[in-house]
Design a protein around this ligand. Structure first.
Ligand SMILES: NC(=O)c1ccc[n+]([C@@H]2O[C@H](COP(=O)([O-])OP(=O)(O)OC[C@H]3O[C@@H](n4cnc5c(N)ncnc54)[C@H](OP(=O)(O)O)[C@@H]3O)[C@@H](O)[C@H]2O)c1
Length: 258
């Protein structure tokens, strides 16, 4: 993995941050994006470089404007000589999801469309740009983050859940068409993981307790659990794994405990 390059959206905190640390620890150079939190991005890049001796650069990106990926990849081309891995991780919250995050009867087209743009369109445009670079080096691995809220009911999550289902389907289509270029495409889907995004849920404490109660392992997942799955999917140990959704849920999706 040493000397390869990961491009990932939204690595200032939560799962994205855990992913960049996991890859950098293993010698992978990192190109990551931030949206509002430039200060955190700066600190993370400096920390990765000093702790692990890799190259780390951060760039602004708004996934509500997926075409920004085109300029972003041109900048990445100036800083890095190759792109091996791409992870579509960033997700919107707050004002942008009004009308998209809520009960079914409160859903509104604008909020739902924003979530589609941030989830599916951003994955498509980012993965297209990444695939063009991967093709030149003989292959690569692309991942979209997903969540088990597309398989089991989660309060207020219909907008996100349906778009995670959509991006998983898009992953399978991309996998079939990019396989001939030796590019593998998968989704990593998590049950609730303790991050700021989850803390933004009004019923955060309840979700946390329910997740622990339902898991046969009686614990909550961490950003590092998601990072480990992403890392595995980028190694040669996963060289025949494509078009899959890798579910990291502590057994919660099937379990009826709790
Ligand atoms: N947490 C969970 O329970 C859970 C479970 C399963 C799957 N997931 C998925 O895992 C991924 C990461 O989730 P997380 O919980 O780690 O989220 P998080 O902690 O809230 O981090 C979100 C990231 O996205 C960036 N971001 C926010 N708005 C953006 C925008 N408009 N354009 C570009 N970037 C933007 C943020 O950057 P700034 O800080 O710079 O604004 C931040 O780096 C998401 O795809 C999520 O659906 C999460």
């Amino acid at each position: 993995m040493k000397g390869k390059t990961l491009v990932i959206s939204g690595a200032t905190k939560g799962i994205g941050k855990a992913i960049v640390y996991k890859f950098a620890k293993n010698g992978v150079n990192i190109a990551f994006t931030y949206n509002s939190n430039e200060e955190a991005a700066k600190e993370i890049a400096a920390d990765l470089e000093s702790k692990y001796g890799v190259k780390a650069r951060y760039y602004p990106l708004n996934i509500l404007e997926p075409d920004e990926y085109k300029e972003l990849f041109k900048k990445i081309d100036e800083d890095f000589d190759r792109v091996d891995f791409f992870i579509s991780n960033a997700m919107i919250y707050g004002r942008a999801v009004i009308g998209g995050y809520g009960k079914f009867m409160k859903l509104r087209p604008r909020g739902l469309n924003n979530i589609y743009t941030a989830t599916v369109n951003a994955f498509v445009v980012g993965a297209q740009q990444a695939a063009k670079r991967m093709e030149k080096i003989g292959g690569g691995s692309i991942i979209s983050m997903s969540s088990t809220g597309n398989l089991v009911y989660v309060d207020n999550y219909s907008g996100h859940g349906t778009n995670k289902a959509a991006v998983e389907a898009m992953v399978r289509y991309a996998a079939v068409e990019l396989g001939e270029k030796n590019i593998r495409v998968n989704a990593v889907s998590g049950a609730p993981i303790d991050t700021d995004a989850l803390k933004a849920f009004p019923n955060y404490e309840e979700v946390k307790q329910k997740t622990i109660a339902r898991s046969p392992l009686s614990m909550m997942g961490t950003p590092e659990d998601m990072a480990g799955a992403c890392y595995f999917l980028c190694t040669d140990d996963a060289k025949w794994i494509t078009s899959q959704t890798f579910i990291i849920d502590g057994g919660t999706t099937f379990s009826t405990k709790g």
